[in-house]
Design a protein around this ligand. Sequence first.
Ligand code: C5P
Length: 424
Amino acid sequence: MSFDLSVIPNKNIIVGITGGIAAYKSAILVRRLKDAGFNVRVVMTEGAQAFITPLTFQALSGNPVHTQLLDPEAEAGMGHIELARWADLVLIAPASCDTLAKFAAGLADDLLSTLYLATSVPVWVAPAMNQQMWAAKATQRNLATLVDDGVHVIMPESGSQACGDVGLGRMPEPEELARQVTDYFHKAQRAIAEKFGLLASKHVVITAGPTREAIDPVRYISNHSTGKMGFALAAACYAAGAKVTLIAGPVSLDTPNGVRRINVSSAVQMLDTSMQLLDEGCDVFIATAAVADYRVAEVAEHKIKKSGDELDIALIKNPDIVATIAQQDKRPFMVGFAAETRNVEEYAAGKLVAKKLDMIACNDVSRADIGFASDENAMTVFFAEGYHLPKRDLEKASKQEIAQQLVEAIHDALHHDPAQDEAF
Ligand code: C5P
Protein backbone atom coordinates (compact mmCIF):
# COMPACT_ATOMS: atom_id res chain seq x y z
CA MET A 1 0.00 0.00 0.00
CA SER A 2 1.50 3.32 -0.96
CA PHE A 3 1.43 6.01 1.66
CA ASP A 4 0.44 9.44 0.53
CA LEU A 5 2.12 11.96 2.82
CA SER A 6 0.53 14.96 1.17
CA VAL A 7 -3.05 14.79 2.31
CA ILE A 8 -3.24 16.15 5.85
CA PRO A 9 -4.54 19.68 5.45
CA ASN A 10 -4.70 22.16 8.29
CA LYS A 11 -3.64 20.06 11.22
CA ASN A 12 -1.50 21.67 13.88
CA ILE A 13 1.32 19.87 15.63
CA ILE A 14 3.39 21.15 18.54
CA VAL A 15 6.78 19.47 18.61
CA GLY A 16 8.23 19.69 22.11
CA ILE A 17 11.99 19.25 22.24
CA THR A 18 13.79 18.48 25.48
CA GLY A 19 17.43 18.14 26.45
CA GLY A 20 19.00 15.09 24.85
CA ILE A 21 21.39 14.32 22.04
CA ALA A 22 18.49 12.92 19.96
CA ALA A 23 17.34 16.56 19.61
CA TYR A 24 19.39 16.70 16.42
CA LYS A 25 16.92 14.22 14.87
CA SER A 26 14.04 16.57 15.68
CA ALA A 27 15.20 18.96 12.97
CA ILE A 28 14.46 16.29 10.35
CA LEU A 29 11.24 15.41 12.17
CA VAL A 30 9.95 19.00 11.86
CA ARG A 31 10.94 18.99 8.20
CA ARG A 32 9.07 15.74 7.50
CA LEU A 33 5.96 16.93 9.32
CA LYS A 34 5.99 20.11 7.22
CA ASP A 35 6.41 17.99 4.07
CA ALA A 36 3.34 16.00 5.12
CA GLY A 37 1.32 19.23 5.24
CA PHE A 38 1.17 19.88 9.00
CA ASN A 39 1.44 23.32 10.56
CA VAL A 40 4.25 22.96 13.09
CA ARG A 41 5.19 25.04 16.13
CA VAL A 42 8.18 24.12 18.23
CA VAL A 43 8.52 24.44 21.99
CA MET A 44 12.03 23.94 23.43
CA THR A 45 13.14 23.45 26.98
CA GLU A 46 16.31 25.11 28.23
CA GLY A 47 18.07 21.74 28.09
CA ALA A 48 17.15 21.30 24.43
CA GLN A 49 18.75 24.64 23.57
CA ALA A 50 22.09 23.32 24.84
CA PHE A 51 22.01 20.78 21.99
CA ILE A 52 20.46 22.71 19.11
CA THR A 53 19.39 26.31 18.55
CA PRO A 54 15.86 27.69 18.27
CA LEU A 55 16.91 29.38 15.03
CA THR A 56 17.18 25.99 13.32
CA PHE A 57 13.59 25.18 14.23
CA GLN A 58 12.32 28.64 13.38
CA ALA A 59 13.70 28.19 9.87
CA LEU A 60 12.36 24.64 9.50
CA SER A 61 8.91 25.22 10.99
CA GLY A 62 8.40 28.68 9.51
CA ASN A 63 7.16 29.84 12.92
CA PRO A 64 8.76 31.54 15.92
CA VAL A 65 10.04 29.02 18.44
CA HIS A 66 8.57 29.07 21.94
CA THR A 67 11.05 28.78 24.80
CA GLN A 68 9.83 30.87 27.75
CA LEU A 69 6.86 30.58 30.04
CA LEU A 70 7.15 34.03 31.54
CA ASP A 71 8.27 36.02 28.53
CA PRO A 72 5.80 38.94 28.23
CA GLU A 73 6.59 39.40 24.54
CA ALA A 74 6.02 35.75 23.66
CA GLU A 75 2.90 35.57 25.81
CA ALA A 76 1.50 38.60 23.99
CA GLY A 77 1.93 36.70 20.68
CA MET A 78 0.87 33.16 21.51
CA GLY A 79 0.94 32.33 25.19
CA HIS A 80 0.87 28.84 26.64
CA ILE A 81 -2.93 28.68 26.75
CA GLU A 82 -3.28 29.76 23.09
CA LEU A 83 -0.56 27.30 22.11
CA ALA A 84 -2.37 24.53 23.95
CA ARG A 85 -5.59 25.41 22.13
CA TRP A 86 -3.89 25.76 18.76
CA ALA A 87 -2.56 22.20 18.71
CA ASP A 88 -4.28 19.09 17.35
CA LEU A 89 -1.49 16.94 18.76
CA VAL A 90 1.52 17.51 20.99
CA LEU A 91 4.56 15.37 20.23
CA ILE A 92 7.51 15.48 22.63
CA ALA A 93 10.55 14.15 20.77
CA PRO A 94 12.93 13.54 22.32
CA ALA A 95 11.34 13.30 25.76
CA SER A 96 14.01 13.31 28.48
CA CYS A 97 13.51 11.46 31.76
CA ASP A 98 13.35 14.84 33.49
CA THR A 99 10.40 15.89 31.30
CA LEU A 100 8.64 12.54 31.83
CA ALA A 101 9.06 13.03 35.59
CA LYS A 102 7.66 16.57 35.42
CA PHE A 103 4.65 15.44 33.39
CA ALA A 104 3.99 12.51 35.70
CA ALA A 105 4.20 14.73 38.78
CA GLY A 106 2.15 17.55 37.27
CA LEU A 107 4.85 20.19 37.68
CA ALA A 108 4.42 23.40 35.74
CA ASP A 109 7.72 25.22 36.07
CA ASP A 110 8.52 25.77 32.38
CA LEU A 111 6.62 26.32 29.13
CA LEU A 112 6.50 22.67 28.03
CA SER A 113 5.28 21.23 31.34
CA THR A 114 2.69 24.01 31.61
CA LEU A 115 1.55 23.34 28.06
CA TYR A 116 1.19 19.63 28.90
CA LEU A 117 -1.22 20.48 31.69
CA ALA A 118 -3.07 23.06 29.64
CA THR A 119 -3.80 20.98 26.57
CA SER A 120 -6.73 18.66 25.98
CA VAL A 121 -5.41 17.14 22.73
CA PRO A 122 -3.46 13.85 22.44
CA VAL A 123 0.06 14.01 23.84
CA TRP A 124 2.69 11.67 22.44
CA VAL A 125 6.12 11.22 23.96
CA ALA A 126 9.14 9.64 22.29
CA PRO A 127 11.51 9.00 25.21
CA ALA A 128 15.22 8.98 24.39
CA MET A 129 17.90 8.51 27.00
CA ASN A 130 20.76 6.35 28.20
CA GLN A 131 19.69 2.70 28.54
CA GLN A 132 20.37 2.67 32.30
CA MET A 133 18.25 5.79 32.81
CA TRP A 134 15.47 4.23 30.70
CA ALA A 135 15.55 1.07 32.81
CA ALA A 136 15.59 3.04 36.11
CA LYS A 137 12.61 2.28 38.32
CA ALA A 138 11.67 5.94 38.63
CA THR A 139 11.55 6.36 34.83
CA GLN A 140 9.45 3.23 34.39
CA ARG A 141 7.15 4.34 37.21
CA ASN A 142 6.69 7.76 35.58
CA LEU A 143 6.00 6.16 32.22
CA ALA A 144 3.36 3.90 33.73
CA THR A 145 1.72 6.96 35.27
CA LEU A 146 1.75 8.78 31.93
CA VAL A 147 0.24 5.80 30.11
CA ASP A 148 -2.42 5.71 32.81
CA ASP A 149 -3.05 9.41 32.22
CA GLY A 150 -3.66 8.74 28.51
CA VAL A 151 -0.27 9.73 27.09
CA HIS A 152 0.82 7.75 24.03
CA VAL A 153 4.38 6.45 24.41
CA ILE A 154 6.44 5.80 21.30
CA MET A 155 8.83 3.15 22.53
CA PRO A 156 12.55 3.80 22.14
CA GLU A 157 14.60 1.48 19.98
CA SER A 158 17.53 -0.64 20.96
CA GLY A 159 21.03 -0.10 19.60
CA SER A 160 24.27 1.76 20.13
CA GLN A 161 23.88 5.04 22.00
CA ALA A 162 25.70 8.35 21.70
CA CYS A 163 27.19 7.76 25.17
CA GLY A 164 28.79 4.49 24.01
CA ASP A 165 26.30 2.15 25.70
CA VAL A 166 24.26 -0.39 23.81
CA GLY A 167 20.62 -0.92 24.77
CA LEU A 168 17.09 0.50 24.78
CA GLY A 169 16.82 4.27 24.64
CA ARG A 170 17.32 5.44 21.05
CA MET A 171 14.65 7.69 19.59
CA PRO A 172 13.08 6.14 16.44
CA GLU A 173 14.14 7.75 13.17
CA PRO A 174 12.32 11.03 12.39
CA GLU A 175 10.74 9.56 9.24
CA GLU A 176 9.18 6.82 11.34
CA LEU A 177 7.82 9.33 13.87
CA ALA A 178 6.36 11.48 11.07
CA ARG A 179 4.83 8.36 9.51
CA GLN A 180 3.14 7.40 12.79
CA VAL A 181 1.72 10.90 13.27
CA THR A 182 0.45 11.01 9.68
CA ASP A 183 -1.02 7.54 10.03
CA TYR A 184 -2.86 8.62 13.17
CA PHE A 185 -4.55 11.53 11.36
CA HIS A 186 -5.31 9.35 8.34
CA LYS A 187 -7.07 6.83 10.57
CA ALA A 188 -8.99 9.57 12.38
CA GLN A 189 -10.05 11.08 9.04
CA ARG A 190 -11.05 7.67 7.76
CA ALA A 191 -13.17 6.92 10.83
CA ILE A 192 -15.09 10.16 10.30
CA ALA A 193 -15.46 9.50 6.55
CA GLU A 194 -16.74 5.97 7.17
CA LYS A 195 -19.45 7.40 9.36
CA PHE A 196 -20.35 10.66 7.70
CA GLY A 197 -18.70 10.63 4.24
CA LEU A 198 -20.74 11.13 1.08
CA LEU A 199 -20.16 7.49 0.11
CA ALA A 200 -20.06 5.96 3.60
CA SER A 201 -20.73 2.19 3.61
CA LYS A 202 -20.68 1.95 -0.22
CA HIS A 203 -18.45 -0.44 -2.15
CA VAL A 204 -17.21 1.38 -5.24
CA VAL A 205 -15.54 -0.50 -8.10
CA ILE A 206 -13.56 1.57 -10.60
CA THR A 207 -11.98 0.48 -13.87
CA ALA A 208 -8.99 2.59 -14.90
CA GLY A 209 -6.21 2.93 -17.43
CA PRO A 210 -5.87 1.31 -20.83
CA THR A 211 -6.20 -2.35 -21.68
CA ARG A 212 -3.50 -4.24 -23.47
CA GLU A 213 -4.50 -6.69 -26.20
CA ALA A 214 -1.80 -9.20 -27.11
CA ILE A 215 -0.80 -9.73 -30.75
CA ASP A 216 1.94 -12.24 -30.00
CA PRO A 217 4.11 -12.92 -26.92
CA VAL A 218 5.98 -9.61 -27.31
CA ARG A 219 3.54 -7.18 -28.98
CA TYR A 220 0.20 -5.66 -28.11
CA ILE A 221 -2.45 -3.09 -29.05
CA SER A 222 -3.14 -0.39 -26.46
CA ASN A 223 -3.76 3.35 -26.08
CA HIS A 224 -2.37 6.40 -24.29
CA SER A 225 -4.67 6.38 -21.25
CA THR A 226 -2.65 7.09 -18.08
CA GLY A 227 -5.34 6.07 -15.56
CA LYS A 228 -5.01 9.40 -13.70
CA MET A 229 -8.75 10.16 -13.65
CA GLY A 230 -9.65 6.70 -12.34
CA PHE A 231 -6.95 6.81 -9.67
CA ALA A 232 -8.02 10.31 -8.59
CA LEU A 233 -11.60 9.03 -8.35
CA ALA A 234 -10.49 6.03 -6.29
CA ALA A 235 -8.77 8.40 -3.81
CA ALA A 236 -11.81 10.70 -3.71
CA CYS A 237 -14.26 7.81 -3.14
CA TYR A 238 -12.05 6.45 -0.34
CA ALA A 239 -11.86 9.89 1.25
CA ALA A 240 -15.67 9.97 1.04
CA GLY A 241 -15.81 6.85 3.22
CA ALA A 242 -16.30 4.18 0.54
CA LYS A 243 -14.59 0.83 0.34
CA VAL A 244 -12.86 1.08 -3.03
CA THR A 245 -11.62 -1.55 -5.46
CA LEU A 246 -9.63 -0.32 -8.42
CA ILE A 247 -9.34 -2.60 -11.45
CA ALA A 248 -6.28 -1.17 -13.13
CA GLY A 249 -4.97 -1.78 -16.60
CA PRO A 250 -1.21 -1.38 -17.11
CA VAL A 251 -0.36 2.07 -15.69
CA SER A 252 2.56 3.40 -13.71
CA LEU A 253 0.68 5.07 -10.84
CA ASP A 254 0.92 4.44 -7.11
CA THR A 255 -2.16 2.90 -5.54
CA PRO A 256 -4.05 5.54 -3.54
CA ASN A 257 -3.94 5.09 0.22
CA GLY A 258 -6.52 2.57 1.48
CA VAL A 259 -7.63 1.42 -1.97
CA ARG A 260 -7.62 -2.24 -3.00
CA ARG A 261 -6.06 -2.62 -6.43
CA ILE A 262 -6.41 -5.52 -8.85
CA ASN A 263 -4.12 -5.36 -11.87
CA VAL A 264 -5.39 -6.67 -15.19
CA SER A 265 -4.13 -6.50 -18.72
CA SER A 266 -6.79 -7.26 -21.33
CA ALA A 267 -10.42 -6.18 -21.69
CA VAL A 268 -11.59 -9.76 -21.12
CA GLN A 269 -9.66 -9.92 -17.83
CA MET A 270 -11.13 -6.55 -16.84
CA LEU A 271 -14.64 -7.83 -17.48
CA ASP A 272 -14.04 -11.11 -15.62
CA THR A 273 -12.71 -9.23 -12.60
CA SER A 274 -15.64 -6.79 -12.72
CA MET A 275 -18.13 -9.67 -12.73
CA GLN A 276 -16.40 -11.29 -9.74
CA LEU A 277 -16.57 -8.03 -7.82
CA LEU A 278 -20.24 -7.71 -8.64
CA ASP A 279 -20.74 -11.04 -6.84
CA GLU A 280 -18.91 -9.60 -3.82
CA GLY A 281 -21.50 -6.82 -3.68
CA CYS A 282 -20.91 -3.54 -5.44
CA ASP A 283 -22.96 -0.37 -4.95
CA VAL A 284 -21.34 1.95 -7.48
CA PHE A 285 -19.47 0.96 -10.65
CA ILE A 286 -17.37 3.67 -12.29
CA ALA A 287 -15.90 2.90 -15.72
CA THR A 288 -13.04 5.26 -16.46
CA ALA A 289 -10.96 2.66 -18.33
CA ALA A 290 -10.10 3.28 -21.96
CA VAL A 291 -10.94 -0.24 -23.00
CA ALA A 292 -9.62 -1.35 -26.40
CA ASP A 293 -12.62 -1.72 -28.68
CA TYR A 294 -11.08 -4.70 -30.48
CA ARG A 295 -8.69 -7.51 -29.69
CA VAL A 296 -6.69 -9.79 -31.92
CA ALA A 297 -8.80 -12.72 -33.09
CA GLU A 298 -6.02 -15.24 -32.68
CA VAL A 299 -3.01 -14.36 -30.56
CA ALA A 300 0.11 -15.87 -32.19
CA GLU A 301 1.81 -18.45 -30.02
CA HIS A 302 5.27 -17.31 -31.17
CA LYS A 303 6.72 -13.95 -32.11
CA ILE A 304 5.47 -13.02 -35.60
CA LYS A 305 8.41 -12.88 -38.01
CA LYS A 306 8.97 -10.02 -40.44
CA SER A 307 7.92 -11.16 -43.91
CA GLY A 308 6.08 -9.31 -46.71
CA ASP A 309 5.40 -5.55 -46.98
CA GLU A 310 1.99 -5.86 -45.44
CA LEU A 311 0.63 -7.72 -42.49
CA ASP A 312 -3.05 -8.33 -41.85
CA ILE A 313 -4.21 -8.97 -38.33
CA ALA A 314 -7.85 -9.91 -37.85
CA LEU A 315 -9.53 -8.14 -34.92
CA ILE A 316 -12.70 -9.02 -33.09
CA LYS A 317 -14.86 -6.82 -30.91
CA ASN A 318 -14.17 -6.69 -27.18
CA PRO A 319 -17.04 -6.94 -24.71
CA ASP A 320 -18.41 -3.62 -23.48
CA ILE A 321 -17.65 -3.89 -19.77
CA VAL A 322 -19.83 -1.10 -18.43
CA ALA A 323 -22.80 -2.12 -20.63
CA THR A 324 -22.45 -5.76 -19.56
CA ILE A 325 -22.44 -4.87 -15.85
CA ALA A 326 -25.43 -2.57 -16.37
CA GLN A 327 -27.43 -5.51 -17.71
CA GLN A 328 -26.97 -7.66 -14.62
CA ASP A 329 -29.77 -8.27 -12.14
CA LYS A 330 -27.71 -7.03 -9.17
CA ARG A 331 -26.90 -3.88 -11.04
CA PRO A 332 -25.00 -1.17 -9.14
CA PHE A 333 -25.29 2.58 -9.76
CA MET A 334 -23.49 2.84 -13.11
CA VAL A 335 -21.17 5.69 -14.07
CA GLY A 336 -19.57 5.91 -17.50
CA PHE A 337 -17.17 8.29 -19.18
CA ALA A 338 -17.16 9.57 -22.70
CA ALA A 339 -14.13 11.10 -24.34
CA GLU A 340 -15.10 12.68 -27.63
CA THR A 341 -13.52 15.01 -30.15
CA ARG A 342 -16.79 16.44 -31.54
CA ASN A 343 -20.53 16.56 -30.80
CA VAL A 344 -19.41 15.75 -27.27
CA GLU A 345 -22.69 16.20 -25.41
CA GLU A 346 -24.80 14.55 -28.07
CA TYR A 347 -22.63 11.41 -28.20
CA ALA A 348 -22.42 11.26 -24.41
CA ALA A 349 -26.19 11.48 -24.02
CA GLY A 350 -26.49 8.67 -26.59
CA LYS A 351 -24.09 6.45 -24.61
CA LEU A 352 -25.95 7.13 -21.38
CA VAL A 353 -29.06 5.56 -22.93
CA ALA A 354 -27.37 2.87 -25.07
CA LYS A 355 -25.25 1.51 -22.20
CA LYS A 356 -28.09 1.91 -19.65
CA LEU A 357 -25.98 4.10 -17.37
CA ASP A 358 -27.19 6.18 -14.42
CA MET A 359 -24.67 8.93 -14.99
CA ILE A 360 -22.10 9.85 -17.62
CA ALA A 361 -19.23 12.33 -17.45
CA CYS A 362 -18.01 13.53 -20.79
CA ASN A 363 -15.07 15.59 -21.93
CA ASP A 364 -13.77 17.03 -25.14
CA VAL A 365 -10.42 15.35 -25.84
CA SER A 366 -9.81 17.55 -28.87
CA ARG A 367 -8.85 20.24 -26.33
CA ALA A 368 -5.09 20.02 -25.77
CA ASP A 369 -5.28 21.35 -22.20
CA ILE A 370 -7.48 18.63 -20.67
CA GLY A 371 -8.18 14.92 -20.91
CA PHE A 372 -5.95 11.93 -21.46
CA ALA A 373 -2.39 12.61 -20.24
CA SER A 374 -3.22 16.00 -18.70
CA ASP A 375 -3.37 16.66 -14.94
CA GLU A 376 -6.49 18.75 -15.49
CA ASN A 377 -9.92 18.04 -16.79
CA ALA A 378 -13.26 19.74 -17.48
CA MET A 379 -16.45 17.75 -17.80
CA THR A 380 -20.16 17.80 -18.27
CA VAL A 381 -22.20 15.31 -16.28
CA PHE A 382 -25.56 13.93 -17.40
CA PHE A 383 -27.92 11.82 -15.33
CA ALA A 384 -30.36 9.21 -16.66
CA GLU A 385 -33.83 10.61 -17.28
CA GLY A 386 -35.40 8.98 -14.22
CA TYR A 387 -33.32 11.09 -11.86
CA HIS A 388 -34.78 14.42 -13.04
CA LEU A 389 -31.41 16.02 -12.36
CA PRO A 390 -30.12 18.76 -14.67
CA LYS A 391 -26.75 18.38 -16.37
CA ARG A 392 -23.74 19.75 -14.49
CA ASP A 393 -20.80 21.58 -15.97
CA LEU A 394 -17.58 20.95 -14.06
CA GLU A 395 -15.18 23.78 -14.87
CA LYS A 396 -11.55 23.06 -15.76
CA ALA A 397 -9.76 21.95 -12.59
CA SER A 398 -7.25 19.39 -11.35
CA LYS A 399 -8.32 15.77 -11.77
CA GLN A 400 -8.49 15.61 -7.94
CA GLU A 401 -11.00 18.46 -7.81
CA ILE A 402 -13.02 17.03 -10.68
CA ALA A 403 -13.02 13.65 -8.89
CA GLN A 404 -14.40 15.33 -5.76
CA GLN A 405 -17.20 16.95 -7.77
CA LEU A 406 -18.01 13.62 -9.41
CA VAL A 407 -18.28 12.04 -5.95
CA GLU A 408 -20.76 14.78 -5.03
CA ALA A 409 -22.73 14.13 -8.24
CA ILE A 410 -22.88 10.38 -7.48
CA HIS A 411 -23.98 11.09 -3.91
CA ASP A 412 -26.67 13.51 -5.09
CA ALA A 413 -28.05 10.99 -7.59
CA LEU A 414 -27.98 8.15 -5.04
CA HIS A 415 -29.94 10.24 -2.57
CA HIS A 416 -32.23 11.99 -5.01
CA ASP A 417 -35.84 11.04 -4.77
CA PRO A 418 -37.62 11.98 -8.01
CA ALA A 419 -40.98 11.60 -6.26
CA GLN A 420 -40.06 14.71 -4.27
CA ASP A 421 -39.78 16.70 -7.53
CA GLU A 422 -43.28 15.81 -8.53
CA ALA A 423 -44.65 16.97 -5.21
CA PHE A 424 -43.72 20.57 -6.15
O1 C5P B 1 -18.09 3.46 -26.18
P1 C5P B 1 -17.05 4.24 -25.49
O2 C5P B 1 -15.73 3.53 -25.43
O3 C5P B 1 -16.90 5.65 -25.93
O4 C5P B 1 -17.61 4.34 -23.99
C1 C5P B 1 -16.91 4.88 -22.97
C2 C5P B 1 -17.38 4.32 -21.66
O5 C5P B 1 -17.63 2.93 -21.73
C3 C5P B 1 -16.31 4.46 -20.60
O6 C5P B 1 -16.96 4.59 -19.37
C4 C5P B 1 -15.55 3.15 -20.73
O7 C5P B 1 -14.83 2.84 -19.55
C5 C5P B 1 -16.67 2.18 -20.99
N1 C5P B 1 -16.29 1.03 -21.83
C6 C5P B 1 -16.26 -0.23 -21.29
N2 C5P B 1 -15.95 -1.31 -22.08
C7 C5P B 1 -15.65 -1.14 -23.37
C8 C5P B 1 -15.66 0.15 -23.93
C9 C5P B 1 -15.97 1.21 -23.13
O8 C5P B 1 -16.53 -0.39 -20.09
N3 C5P B 1 -15.35 -2.20 -24.11
